[in-house]
Design a protein around this ligand. Structure first.
Ligand SMILES: *[C@@H]1O[C@H](CO)[C@@H](O)[C@H](O)[C@H]1NC(C)=O
Ligand SMILES: *[C@@H]1O[C@H](CO)[C@@H](O)[C@H](O)[C@H]1NC(C)=O
Ligand SMILES: *[C@@H]1O[C@H](CO)[C@@H](O)[C@H](O)[C@H]1NC(C)=O
Ligand SMILES: *[C@@H]1O[C@H](CO)[C@@H](O)[C@H](O)[C@H]1NC(C)=O
Length: 257
């Protein structure tokens, strides 16, 4: 026990001394995160030849639904700021990225309002198809009312449901999507840059809301229904909670006499 503690202590001292020596040298440190909202931000030391810290924001939007993804890390390249938007068949990608070359220079969270504005939405035709729309990293968040209904724009008379991934920096985010589509039902393989790539594939259907996801079916056991005592949220109280109730009631009753 003591020996292993000593070893751990020595190791810690070495790590601290190492870090101390390294800060003296010119190694770059950057903020880094892997979650789509960057809530897991940490500081990392960049391995050579990476020479810049980056922040990349990609915002996917279809109908009124949008999915912002933020990434920070080390990269190699030049200090720069780039922003643009592109539209593919009912899906808009708004992108902002920057690279800077001093330690921890990617500390701030660039507000989404910095992203370029999208082209205005044009009024849909009279007899337009209506579809569910959703874009999320988790399909379960597109169930039921979360998949908003929209009236499709001209030229998009099919409903689409698909999935794929957004590779941003070195992190792969799963993407699930429902949207309107043109009759060709195109897939996307958008090799955007060395910063991110988007690929999606799916299928189309005809008819209003035909791209709805059905909630997983819960099958109930056929025996022993009816006499079960269920609580408000549908859980069956355990034997211990029932006996606890009996004891509380007994104590209460005894106290009355
Ligand atoms: C909508 O109406 C236009 C003109 O009446 C017609 O050409 C078109 O095929 C219709 N589209 C659908 C999806 O019904
Ligand atoms: C988007 O949301 C706004 C506000 O909630 C609503 O007024 C608008 O009709 C929605 N647009 C679509 C296409 O659903
Ligand atoms: C994506 O869609 C395909 C085809 O519908 C399906 O087989 C696959 O499991 C889906 N993948 C994910 C991660 O949802
Ligand atoms: C995206 O794809 C292009 C072309 O295949 C590739 O050069 C680039 O490195 C990719 N970006 C990422 C972040 O992997």
């Amino acid at each position: 026990m003591i020996d292993s503690q000593k070893v751990q202590y020595t190791l810690l001292v070495c790590i601290y001394m190492g870090a101390f020596l390294l800060t003296g040298s010119e190694s770059l440190e950057c903020h880094s995160c892997t979650k789509s909202d960057c809530s897991d931000q940490t500081v990392v030391e960049c391995a050579k030849p990476m020479n810049i810290c980056t922040e990349i924001i990609v915002l996917l939007r279809t109908g009124n639904q949008s999915l912002p993804v933020r990434h920070k890390g080390c990269a190699s390249g030049l200090s720069s700021i780039i922003s643009y938007h592109v539209t593919f068949d009912g899906l808009t990608i708004r992108h902002f990225e920057f690279g800077c070359d001093t330690s921890l220079c990617n500390a701030g969270n660039t507000p989404f309002s910095t992203l370029p504005t999208e082209p205005p939405v044009v009024d849909p035709p009279e007899n337009a198809t209506e579809c569910h729309t959703c874009v999320d990293t988790d399909e379960s968040r597109c169930l039921g009312e979360n998949a908003q209904k929209i009236i499709c724009p001209a030229g998009q008379d099919r409903c689409y449901r698909g999935n794929g991934s957004l590779l941003i920096g070195n992190v792969l985010q799963p993407i699930f999507i429902q949207k309107c589509s043109s009759p060709g039902c195109p897939s996307f393989n958008y090799h955007a840059s060395k910063w991110y790539n988007l690929s999606l594939s799916g299928s189309c259907c005809s008819g209003d809301y035909c791209n709805k996801i059905l909630a997983p079916v819960v099958t109930l056991p056929t025996n022993d229904v009816g006499s079960k005592f269920t609580t408000k949220n549908g859980a069956t109280p355990s034997a211990t909670s029932i006996s606890l109730l009996v004891i509380i009631f007994a104590v209460f009753a005894i106290g009355k006499f």
